[in-house]
Design a protein around this ligand. Structure first.
Ligand code: FAD
Length: 315
């Protein structure tokens, strides 16, 4: 099932949204409650993020700090299958290189196939909190393009241990990430887009962008990608701003700039940040839709009341 081709074939802009798996120990009810109201609005698909381990600090009696590796959000594949089966919506689990060997990745993809999950967003993942820069797993991949190649190989029946004569697995449709405001580790925009082109040449069928708050950044990025020979759909990622802290966290974490007008609006309404963010996302979405993008991809933190408002206003 190729979600992007289906969305495009519909001839109109669709919407999709991205959720985090439940925190370890949480059940599925909260995530179902976040998904349920959006189902009536007909999403094209739902993405589920993939999380590597984090670090927890505890202070020893002598005042020194001890680090523990913790996994806070496992379960991407399980929750993806649960949502797909329960709601009949196509689900796109993310898969990352960080912390995983090629064998872990192959096993995960085999599980996904058996569970009927045939879409995957292939990412490198960020560095672990205790690393200065991203360190690949000793038996893993250093860049997302290598993960794309592994999945594309499996689509041709080529597994890590060799080829199988008759492959009964379904093919995965592969998506990748792109950065309108340039990835933090890239030398410059030209090389970042060249690396994106590598991922597409390796088998990615569409790109989802990092969040941006100024549509001009997206339009410029798409133009540059087209000039670089990237012809696949480029889906805009939209993050409705919802807390005052986002003013610092988003630029810091994702390397995105917030337009002055948005910052001014937020500061003028410190008690109504969620509303300001929702209105901004509605305006962004309307302009992108008018430009004919195939899908509007919304980032959530697993609370979706603002997404419901946006989708109702835009569609
Ligand atoms: P890559 O494509 O590997 O690029 C990483 C950097 O390396 C770039 O600067 C690129 O220019 C450079 N590069 C690439 N190839 C080469 C090469 N061969 N030689 C030298 N340099 C190279 N993270 C998660 O952990 N879980 C998620 O679920 C998740 N979902 C995401 C969804 C979207 C839509 C987006 C946009 C990001 C998501 N991320 C997620 C974050 C992502 O993992 C980080 O941004 C990460 O730092 C880069 O991932 P990538 O797949 O773009 O990496």
């Amino acid at each position: 099932v190729e979600i992007i081709n289906e969305a495009i074939a519909s001839g109109r802009t669709r919407f999709a949204f991205e959720l985090l798996p439940p925190l370890k120990g949480d059940g599925m009810q909260k995530i179902f409650a976040a998904v349920e109201p959006l189902m009536a609005l007909d999403p094209a698909y739902v993405n589920i993020t993939f999380h590597r381990e984090g670090i927890k600090e505890t202070e020893r009696e002598d005042g020194s700090v001890e680090w523990h590796v913790v996994r806070r959000r496992p379960g991407t594949v399980g929750i993806s299958a649960a949502i797909q089966n329960r709601y009949g919506v196509e689900v796109v689990p993310h898969l990352i290189c960080g912390g995983l060997s090629k064998y872990d990745i192959e096993d995960t993809l085999i599980d996904m196939d058996f569970l009927g999950l045939h879409n995957v967003l292939a990412l490198r993942g960020d560095k672990s909190q205790n690393e200065k820069r991203f360190m690949p797993h000793p038996q893993g991949h250093a860049h997302a393009v290598d993960l794309v190649r592994q999945i594309a190989d499996m689509n041709r029946g080529k597994f890590i241990d060799g080829e199988v004569e008759e492959c009964h697995h379904s093919k995965f449709s592969i998506g990748v990430a792109g950065y309108p405001e340039v990835h933090a580790e890239a030398r410059d925009i030209t090389s970042d887009i060249a690396r994106l082109r590598d991922k597409v040449d390796a088998g990615a069928e569409y790109v989802i962008t990092q969040m941006f708050f100024d549509n001009a950044k997206y339009f410029d990025f798409v133009r540059r990608c087209r000039e670089a020979g990237i012809t696949v759909p480029i889906i805009p990622g939209i993050k409705p701003l919802s807390t005052l802290r986002h003013l610092e966290i988003l630029p810091e974490t994702f390397g995105v700039k917030l337009p002055e007008e948005l910052v001014r609006e937020v500061k003028a309404h410190p008690d109504g940040v969620r509303e300001v963010g929702t209105e901004w996302a509605i305006a962004q979405s309307r302009e992108l839709m008018a430009a004919g993008v195939p899908v509007l991809h919304y980032y959530t933190m697993s609370r979706t009341t603002n997404i419901q408002k946006i989708v109702k206003a835009v569609f």
